[in-house]
Design a protein around this ligand. Structure first.
Ligand code: SF4
Length: 276
C-alpha cells in the first residue's frame, strides 16, 4: 500500500505536524517540550518547512499542523505559513501572547488564507489558567482572541487539563466565553496533559503507550516522529522513543517508515489520545 492509498483508506492520518522551533516566552507547568525563553531554538528553517508542505501534498496528505515552542516568536513565521497555506491548509498552535496592540499586524499575511490559529486557554478564570501558564496569560488571550476573529482569522480554543479534571461548570463557562467571540463548539477542543517533558518533572498528566497516539507524522529539526506528541524534550535532551527516522526530507522516507510501523501494529491497537 502506498502512503497516498493509506491516507485515503484512513490507515494513516492525513495531517503532517511541523515543529517550527522549541523556544517560548512562557514556561507552562505541563509543557511537553520543556519550552521556555532559555530553550535551545531547534528551529526548522523556512525552506525546509515549505518543502515539507510541498512533499506532503505530493504524497497525499491534506493538512499541515505547526507547533513548537511558540511559533510566532519567529519573525519569518507568518510569511512561511502563508507560503505553506498556498499548498495545504495549515493549523498553527500558539499561545497568542505575541499579538498585543499593533503587534497583531504580524498576522496580516494570514488573513483570507486557509489558516487556523489554535490558541490555548485552560480555564474560564484567570487564576487557575495563569497558575499553569504564567502571569497575565488569561488577560492576554482574552484580549487577543476577539481581535484575531475580528480580522477574519479562524481561531480554535484548546483547553489542556489533567485527565478528568475539567468540571462540567468550567467546561460550560469556557464554552460561553468562546461563543461570545463567535467561536463554535466544534472549534473548542479539550485534551489531556500527557506525562512527557516538564509534565513528567512536575508529576502531571497521563502515561501513555505509543499505540494510543494517532500515527500522525511529525517532523522537527532533529528527526521525524510518530505523533505530534513524539518530538518531546526531557532534561534538555530530545526524546527518541517515538523517533521514526533522523531523515525528514525527502518526506517519503519517514512517511513510508511510519506506514510500515502502522501496518505492523497488532490487530485492535486503537489510538484514543488526540491533539486534533
Ligand atoms: S505549552 Fe506551549 S505556550 Fe506553554 S511553554 Fe510549552 S510551548 Fe510555550
Amino acid at each position: 500500500m502506498s502512503v497516498r492509498e493509506a491516507i485515503e483508506a484512513g490507515t494513516l492520518p492525513d495531517r503532517v505536524w511541523i515543529y517550527s522551533n522549541y523556544h517560548c516566552n512562557l514556561e507552562c507547568a505541563y509543557c511537553l517540550t520543556e519550552s521556555s525563553p532559555r530553550s535551545r531554538r531547534r528551529s526548522l528553517d523556512a525552506v525546509s518547512m515549505i518543502a515539507v508542505a510541498h512533499e506532503a501534498a505530493e504524497l497525499g496528505f491534506r493538512e499541515i499542523g505547526v507547533t513548537g515552542g511558540e511559533p510566532f516568536l519567529r519573525r519569518d513565521l507568518a510569511a512561511t505559513i502563508a507560503a505553506m497555506a498556498a499548498i495545504l491548509p495549515v493549523t498553527v498552535l500558539t499561545n497568542a501572547t505575541q499579538f498585543s496592540g499593533d503587534r497583531i499586524a504580524m498576522t496580516d499575511p494570514l488573513v483570507g488564507l486557509p489558516v487556523r490559529l489554535q490558541i490555548s486557554l485552560d480555564a474560564p478564570d484567570p487564576e487557575p489558567n495563569d497558575e499553569l501558564r504564567g502571569p497575565d496569560n488569561f488577560a492576554k488571550v482574552v484580549d487577543a482572541v476577539p481581535r484575531l476573529v475580528e480580522r477574519g482569522l479562524r481561531v480554535r480554543i484548546a483547553t489542556t487539563v489533567e485527565p478528568g479534571r475539567l468540571s462540567e461548570t468550567d467546561h460550560r463557562r469556557l464554552c460561553e466565553l468562546h461563543r461570545t467571540w463567535g467561536i463554535d463548539d466544534d472549534d473548542h477542543l479539550v485534551r489531556p496533559v500527557l506525562r512527557e517533558g516538564r509534565a513528567d518533572a512536575t508529576g502531571m498528566g497521563a502515561r501513555f503507550e505509543r499505540d494510543q497516539l494517532p500515527p500522525e507524522l511529525a517532523v522537527a529539526e532533529h528527526g521525524a516522529f510518530w505523533s505530534a506528541f513524539g518530538p518531546t524534550i526531557r532534561g534538555d535532551v530530545a526524546d527518541t522513543h517515538l523517533l521514526i527516522t533522523r531523515t525528514i526530507l525527502p518526506l517519503a522516507t519517514p512517511a513510508s517508515a511510519l506506514l510500515r510501523l502502522v501496518e505492523g501494529r497488532p490487530q485492535g491497537a486503537d489510538a484514543n489520545i488526540g491533539i486534533r
